[in-house]
Write a protein that binds this ligand. Structure first.
Ligand SMILES: Cc1cc2nc3c(=O)[nH]c(=O)nc-3n(C[C@H](O)[C@H](O)[C@H](O)COP(=O)(O)OP(=O)(O)OC[C@H]3O[C@@H](n4cnc5c(N)ncnc54)[C@H](O)[C@@H]3O)c2cc1C
Length: 304
């Protein structure tokens, strides 16, 4: 992203671009965002809303990046890569007025269906594992494979949720500069901590279970799940959350962090919008210039 005044569009006129927003491309912008994936679009929206003349340059004919929804087969729209709207910050949802602009979030319930290959199934053994929003159903579904796991699952979920309560608010604040914090006077320290009360709250939650939290953030998911559960179908199902979009395996150290991120935001969204939803095709999240209105984008230029 270039934040200086930039002459962005001269060359693009020559190679032939079209623009989605109203008006013609200008010769100068305050900010030019290269790439119209959802992060670029969100950044551009905030810049434009702050009063900067902003252009988004996208090399494809469509915005959205990896979160795009496209008609690959005539009449059928697909999420080409990202398909679960899980990590969107609530503040962005509100600031960009995404609901007003038509974003509907649908609950993913059931959240997973894991079929068991017939050659791996025990005679008369369960054919599948389905998990969802209902704790009782989850317990009985998991109980088909292991009664102990069925009971442990609720406890596992509760522990993750506690960690979420600690970590989630931190994502919306700038991190404290520890170097200047250590040099600050006692009064400055107290004042800084008062401004960052979420850190104290996080410390209170994580403190008593710090060892478990540290393990979750650094260990491979397989190690964490092996401690909790014995059933392979359940562990395989839960492990998917630690690999999603991360190009890593559940054996990768640190994959537990992805597990926490995915699981936690899923759960939170469930609670926040139980009646509406948890998951939508992420493509519908990617705001376009037209849908988000002229106040958000100065200019959006896409390759023909
Ligand atoms: C297979 C897969 C599945 C995923 N599933 C999920 C999921 O279910 N839920 C979830 O929350 N996240 C998921 N993710 C992650 C998520 O898709 C990414 O975190 C997100 O798309 C990143 O957005 P971005 O805007 O930073 O980049 P991108 O989405 O990669 O967008 C970058 C944009 O920049 C454009 N561009 C690049 N170079 C130039 C250039 N030189 N000039 C002009 N334009 C340029 C590209 O065409 C693209 O449109 C998944 C990722 C993958 C790969």
């Amino acid at each position: 992203m270039l934040l200086k005044r930039a002459s962005a569009l001269g060359p693009h006129r020559r190679v032939g671009c079209r623009w989605l927003s109203s008006g013609s491309p200008r010769d100068e912008y305050d900010a030019v965002v290269v790439g119209g994936g959802h992060n670029g679009l969100v950044a551009a929206a905030y810049l434009a809303n702050a009063g900067l003349n902003t252009a988004v340059l996208e090399r494809r004919h469509i915005v959205g990046g990896a979160a795009v929804t496209e008609e690959i087969v005539a009449g059928y729209k697909f999420s080409r890569a990202s398909y679960v709207l899980s990590l969107l910050r609530p503040q962005i949802f509100q600031d960009l007025e995404l609901k007003k602009h038509g974003l509907k979030v649908h609950l993913r319930d059931p959240s997973s269906y894991t079929p068991i290959r017939s050659d791996l199934r025990q005679k008369d053994g369960p054919r599948s594992l389905t998990l969802g929003m209902c704790g009782k159903n989850n317990e009985s579904e998991i109980g088909k494979f292991s009664e102990a796991d069925g009971k442990n699952y609720a406890v596992y979920e509760q522990e993750l949720e506690n960690f979420v309560k600690a970590v989630d608010p931190l994502l919306d604040y700038a991190a404290i500069d520890l170097k200047s914090f250590s040099k600050a006077s006692i009064f400055e320290k107290i004042s800084l901590l008062k401004q960052n009360i979420h850190l104290i709250k996080a410390g209170r939650i994580v403190g008593p279970v710090a060892a478990n939290f540290y393990e979750l953030m650094t260990a491979p998911t397989t190690k964490i799940l092996d401690k909790w559960f014995e059933s392979e179908p359940l562990k395989a199902t839960l492990a998917t959350d630690s690999c999603i979009g991360a190009m890593i395996s559940p054996d990768t150290p640190g994959s537990g962090y992805v597990l926490l991120g995915q699981r936690s935001t899923h759960k939170k969204r469930c609670r926040r919008s139980r009646r509406t939803a948890k998951v939508a095709p992420t493509g519908s999240f990617s705001p376009t210039g037209r849908r988000s209105g002229p106040s958000w984008y100065s200019q959006m230029l896409l390759r023909r």
